[in-house]
Design a protein. Sequence first.
Length: 229
Amino acid sequence: MRKDKELAIQLRLSGRSYKSIHQELDIPIATLSGWFKNQPWSREIKNRLSSQVSLANPKTLEIMAHANRERWKLKHEEYRTAAIKEFGRLKEDPLFWAGLMLYWAEGEKQSKSSQVRLGNSDPEMIKIFYLFLSKSLKISPDKISACLLLYPDLIDSVQKNYWSKTTGIPLEKFKKSIYIKGRHTRKRLSFGVCTVFVSSRALKERILRWITLCQNHLEAYALNIENAA
């Protein structure tokens, strides 16, 4: 075997392109193609290199990013459409109204966030919101988590047990607590603040749409009362 061909095979096996091998060994690209074009392992290398070049192309990346944005835009619209269909059934449930009003007032409503999150120092409020998620919306308890915000003199295990028993949130669903560090080391809130959260873009889109639908429903209801008076 030609010495240069042996070297070319070694370079090709290492993943080098024809152009790169040509530049190093001064072997014509046509010659290299003739040597390797019928080799399955060489075709795999060619496909891999072509894929890398394609992905590195700014135009390709721009097209891919645009396609991804459009895909998510359609997906989000699907979530909102589903929310409209579900509203007719859910609006008959008092727990749905209670949970949604709590979220409207206290929940995280940034549209760019995929997390449904509500925090409060009132255990009964957190309990109602947890029931809203788990009973009205049928969210699996495995997907619902909680976190406590505590002052330094509060005992983590004691507070977690309290919040778990009061709200019904399983103890194992409480994440690591966050302690407030500042000038005031004494507790201001007896049991801290509990935040309940679910990471779900679908749920976030549906809740935001339900808030709008509830607002429209209440305004229409108030108008009907006014006209009937």
